[in-house]
Design a protein around this ligand. Structure first.
Ligand SMILES: [Zn+2]
Length: 310
């Protein structure tokens, strides 16, 4: 496997070019692109890419595998979601980008032009809350394309699949890369893992093998298909619960537990008297993720429920 190491210029600050690394393996079709670091504080993708490159060492690559490990170098330097010090924009709400837009829109436009010819883009993200391995499919207008994408996600041996719709009223997911990709021929998928401090060796191995399965199914590699367990992976839509109060939050439930509206899911201790206040579930569903014990304020997300897609 021969890797071409390139650098893509994403912008300039006085006296210095801003660049991002870009790895290309192979040539021609099919094309699969692997992205990480769209949000600067999310580092698990780098570990997964490192493991994947090790796993692919002896593989013959057919077509092209493009890897952009640090999509958002400035945010990565500050370990933040938005681009601090520049425009405070979220790269994953800036797609497909603008050549003469603000800095983040310009970065988005460069990334979009690098990956838009892909048969599949797999974007690696992490959740702040405690979560299992979650695959995301952003729904497009093409049902056949989505069905195939769902089959591929199912083969990745993840714990949960989140079916995300961006073309709904007041969607907060407009401008995501998945949204920008929904009108294209290729498929956009996302793999959300726990953050790098929480990612277990088992989850790291399963994520890497999951990507190997994806590459095999797109014909990028011929070997290495890892048979998955025949368990049924729930496919859900997501609904969030935000906190009304602030204080020290202690969760009393874990992810992948089924809860009913009204169930006790945690406690909040006010800092003035350390008396606990019950936090009850405002929805019924499967816990996709729940906030770890931490300080929270009014409006912070504390739990995300997965509800069955009918
Ligand atoms: Zn993210």
């Amino acid at each position: 496997m021969k890797i071409q190491y390139r650098n893509i210029k994403t912008g300039e600050i006085p006296g210095m070019d801003l660049t991002m690394p870009y790895l290309v393996i192979g040539k021609g079709k099919p094309i699969v692109s692997l992205l990480s670091g769209v949000h600067g504080g999310e580092e698990s993708g780098l570990l997964i890419i490192k493991n994947l490159l090790d796993a692919l060492k002896s593989e013959k690559i057919t077509g092209t595998l493009k890897i952009i490990p640090s999509c958002n170098v400035v945010a990565q330097a500050f370990k933040t979601r938005v681009v601090n010090g520049f425009d405070y924009a979220d790269l994953n709400r800036s797609f497909p980008g603008k050549k003469q837009g603000n800095y983040t829109q310009q970065v988005a436009a460069k990334i979009f032009s690098l990956v838009k010819d892909s048969d599949c883009v797999l974007d690696l993200h992490t959740f702040t809350m405690i979560s299992p391995l979650i695959g995301i499919l952003t729904k497009s207008a093409d049902q056949q394309k989505d069905d195939r994408a769902l089959t591929i996600l199912r083969s990745m041996n993840l714990d949960l699949i989140w079916l995300l719709e961006t073309k709904v009223l007041a969607s907060s997911y407009l401008g995501t890369l998945g949204d920008a990709f929904s009108g294209l021929k290729g498929t956009y998928l996302c793999l959300e893992t726990p953050n790098i401090y929480r990612l277990t060796p088992e989850e790291l191995t399963r994520s890497t093998k999951g990507i190997v399965n994806l590459l095999k199914q797109y014909g990028i590699i011929q070997n290495g298909f890892v048979k998955t367990k025949s368990k049924e992976i729930p496919v859900v839509k997501r609904i969030d619960q935000k906190s009304e109060s602030g204080g020290l939050f202690v969760p009393l439930k874990g992810y992948m537990q089924q809860v009913k509206k009204g169930d006790l899911i945690g406690e909040i201790y006010f800092l003035k008297d350390f008396k606990p206040k019950d936090v009850k579930a405002t929805y019924s569903g499967l816990i996709m993720m729940i906030r770890s014990k931490s300080l929270i304020s009014s409006g912070d997300k504390i739990i995300a429920y997965g509800q069955d897609v009918v």
